[in-house]
Design a protein around this ligand. Structure first.
Ligand code: MG
Length: 450
């Protein structure tokens, strides 16, 4: 079975086995009709299939009569930034994010330079069957422009961001170990850190576009990176995923700062500057609530996914938001997860905190998250989640995205996967043992419900 997944996070598949030229033409044509006439920004991450996918997308958009501005290899947030900056009608970021080498994807943006909403996606998909038939005559096709400054412009905007004092950061002379997994981060992250006066030690910063390890920035994939931070005596490790929307930090002791803490520390920093609402997804650490409480600020939860977090942030006019997987959304720059923004915030935060990043970690609320997949076989995941909802109806629950139960000493979030017959179960408690014990408890309850 060829693999192609269509969701709010984009059109994702294995190249040569699902994400094929005719499929790319079909979706790009529908997307063009959705956007209408005007210029469309195209950028791609570093993976080796990027050029092929880019050529087909660009050719299709030109045939549709759209002008294309190609900003080359760059982070996904750089595509978002340029859509807004250049007044485009849309943008396509070609990246399968943290998926391995064989995958690629089209991440589709609206004219505001944000991920398309659920509603916009629906409108676009309705055009799928008619779009292929309509192309422009020879003298009405679009023009292609290469725009090499797209990346630099994004970086300069980050350096000018509010609350960021570049001179003060330069004085700290941070020694940073940078791991870009040979992805798009190679094209900007080292330069950004050097602008902040950092001494940069590069690991997996080759322009090969081939990931030397599994690209998801989670601790089990970062053992060598953590060792390198310690070996080089770096002040911190900065790790980004292949398209640089997720930022994960490593302490000076060579330990995970914890991916959940990337957003938690950003919340702590921004709320110390301005009071306002915070939005994180339903799977994000409770540390965010504890921090917001100290500042007398409110936390709102959204379903998982950047588009959902952004919608909620706009609804409640949040000052900071994001996702526990390392995604920081700071609306002062843009409504999208951005590891360049996250890096600037953590460096400024460390300057104002005064201590090391391991000391900052100790100053954060301590929680442990345990994650597990529950295999269901033929059992319908929706039915199981419904049964859980009726069982826990009298507790403090949220059912906007599966089921989240909030108890005094822990929370748990059950979500069905869109791609496999499984339920994802995430539990957080004060210790690792407790988190695992809660997962075991819910596991046996689900077994009984099956
Ligand atoms: Mg990503």
């Amino acid at each position: 079975m060829p693999t192609l997944m269509v969701s709010v996070s984009g059109i994702r598949g294995i190249v040569g086995d699902g994400l094929d030229p005719h499929t790319i033409v079909k979706y790009t044509s529908a997307y063009s009709d959705f956007c209408g006439k005007g210029k469309i920004i195209v950028g791609r991450d570093a993976r080796i299939t990027g050029e092929m996918v880019n050529s087909i997308i660009t050719g299709t958009l030109l045939a549709k009569g759209n002008d294309v501005i190609d900003i080359g290899i760059c982070p996904t947030p750089t595509v978002l930034y340029n859509v807004k900056k250049l007044g485009a009608v849309g943008g396509i970021a070609i990246s399968a994010s943290h998926n391995p080498n064989e995958w690629n994807a089209l991440k589709l943006l609206n004219s505001k330079g944000e991920f398309m909403t659920l509603e916009e996606n629906k409108q676009m998909l309705e055009l799928l069957n008619t779009s292929n038939e309509k192309y422009e005559l020879w003298d009405k096709i679009g023009k292609l422009t290469s725009f090499a400054d797209g990346l630099k412009n994004h970086m300069h905007e980050v350096l000018k961001m509010k609350y960021i004092d570049v001179e003060a950061i330069r004085k700290r002379k941070f020694k940073v170990l940078l791991d870009c997994v040979n992805g798009a981060g190679v094209y900007i992250m080292s330069e950004l850190l050097k602008e902040f006066g950092c001494e940069v030690i590069e690991l997996n910063c080759e322009k090969s576009g081939i990931f030397p390890r599994l690209p998801e920035p989670i601790p089990e994939n970062l053992t060598k990176t953590m060792e390198a931070v310690k070996m080089h005596g770096a002040d911190l490790g900065v790790v980004v995923d292949p398209d640089v929307d997720r930022l994960v930090l490593i302490t000076d002791k060579g330990e995970p700062f914890s991916e959940e803490n990337t957003i938690a520390q950003a919340v702590r920093f921004v709320l110390s500057k301005e009071k306002g609402s915070v939005v994180v997804n339903l799977s994000t650490t409770r540390a965010v609530d504890d921090i917001a409480k100290k500042f007398n600020c409110k936390v709102f939860r959204s379903p998982v996914g950047e588009a959902n977090v952004v919608s909620k942030m706009q609804e409640v006019d949040a000052v900071i938001g994001g996702e526990g997987s390392g995604g920081v959304i700071f609306p002062a720059l843009q409504y999208g997860r951005d590891a360049l923004v996250g890096t600037a915030i953590v460096l400024q935060h460390l300057v104002e905190f005064g201590g090391s990043i391991s000391e900052l970690k100790d100053a954060m609320p301590i929680y442990f998250i345990a994650k597990r997949k529950i295999k269901l076989g033929d059992v319908n995941p929706d039915a199981i989640i419904e049964k859980l909802i009726s069982k826990y109806n009298s507790e403090s629950i949220n059912t906007e995205d599966g089921l989240r139960i909030d108890a005094e000493d822990h929370w748990v979030h059950f979500r069905k996967s869109n791609t496999e017959p499984i339920i994802r179960c995430i539990a957080e408690a004060k210790t690792e043992d407790q988190a695992n014990a809660f997962i075991d408890k819910y596991f046996s309850e689900i077994k009984e419900l099956m």
